[in-house]
Design a protein around this ligand. Structure first.
Ligand SMILES: [Zn+2]
Length: 321
């Protein structure tokens, strides 16, 4: 700890830089996970190959930089690589940095695990309209375990006794898990009755369990409503973009992913009961990315405000004097 403080005084840029580089490298690994986990391939073997079959050398696989140096094209055959690869690396690096800047070291590191789960689940949901159980259920289990290991994750009042802190944090995680899941379950039920179509899947219910385990019930509740607001803003943006340019904004084609079904093109054929535009948007919408965005917004920036707000509401509701 002393060394840590010394380094921080002499070179305050050192740890943030390390964290940023770590985030970019983890982001590079997340790209592999996002592509391979839904295809049920190993995330370790084999190493990255180009779509032409040639292996990608390590010096052409440096996060963010390689894409810029090669101007988004493969060295072997000139195939274009989607800008999504460096974008996810940069996004992960920036989120890691934010976690480091806003939280004490132990909580920041747990936050990096949380961020990785959120980024992976978001882009898999974008691509395939599913959130794999290893992120939803796995995330909830990891969240509860890490709460016991790092009680500071749920910054409640700290006692001198580690066991008490750990028990409280685990309890907080479990409550967050159940309240988060239950909330989404009820909203999904109600939405199904009102919209007469499935609005959210059971994957979202389990995913909110993972968010609640890491962020507590306040974070879970915020993820749902904050996520809905962010989703609405994003949709308004997309609609305006489409109106202004007269074309559909669709995610760029993935050169490496030509074997996976295109979610936009293939997804609509199975649902022919009613035109999708009945609720105004001519497409299926994954809700996972909105939940993840709301959760990260809470975890990285808004938690003091949101927690304070909930405490205030609680006081108003219970204080009769
Ligand atoms: Zn190639």
């Amino acid at each position: 700890m002393e060394l840590f403080n010394e380094v921080n005084t002499v070179a305050p840029w050192f740890f943030p830089t390390m964290v940023f580089v770590l985030g970019a490298c983890v982001g590079s690994f997340l790209n592999v996970c996002i592509y391979r986990i839904p295809a049920e391939k190993s995330v370790v073997f084999p190493g990255s190959t180009c779509a032409c079959g040639k292996p990608i050398a390590w010096f052409d696989n440096i996060p963010i930089l390689s894409w810029l140096i090669l101007r988004g094209r493969a060295r072997c055959c000139g195939r274009p690589f989607s800008i999504r690869y460096p974008a996810i690396e940069l996004l992960t690096a920036l989120l890691f940095l934010a976690s480091w800047m806003h939280h004490p070291p132990a909580k920041a590191v747990v936050g990096m695990v949380f961020i990785s789960i959120m980024v992976c689940a978001t882009f898999i949901d974008f691509d395939h309209m599913i959130i794999p159980d290893r992120f939803a259920i796995g995330g909830a289990v990891v969240g509860v375990l890490l709460s016991g290991l790092v009680p500071a994750l749920h910054d409640q009042a700290v006692t001198p006794y580690w066991a008490i802190n750990a028990t409280r944090a685990v309890l907080e995680a479990v409550i967050g898990m159940f309240i988060g899941s239950a909330l989404v379950l009820w909203i999904a039920e109600i939405a199904e009755v009102v919209l007469r179509k499935e609005a959210m899947g059971f994957g979202d219910v389990k995913f909110l369990g993972a968010i609640g385990a890491f962020c507590g019930w306040q974070g879970g509740v915020f993820a749902v409503f904050g996520g809905a607001v962010l989703g609405t803003i994003a949709f308004a943006g997309i609609l305006i973009f489409e109106k202004a340019t007269g074309r559909a904004a669709s995610p760029a084609a993935e050169p490496e992913q030509d074997t996976s079904p295109a979610p936009e093109a293939g997804g609509d054929s199975k649902d022919e009961s009613e035109p999708e535009s009945a609720i105004g948007f001519g497409r299926e919408t994954p809700f996972g990315p909105m939940l993840a965005a709301g959760a990260l917004l809470y975890f990285l920036w808004l938690h003091p405000i949101v927690d304070g707000y909930f405490a205030e509401v609680y006081k108003l509701l219970t204080d009769f004097s």
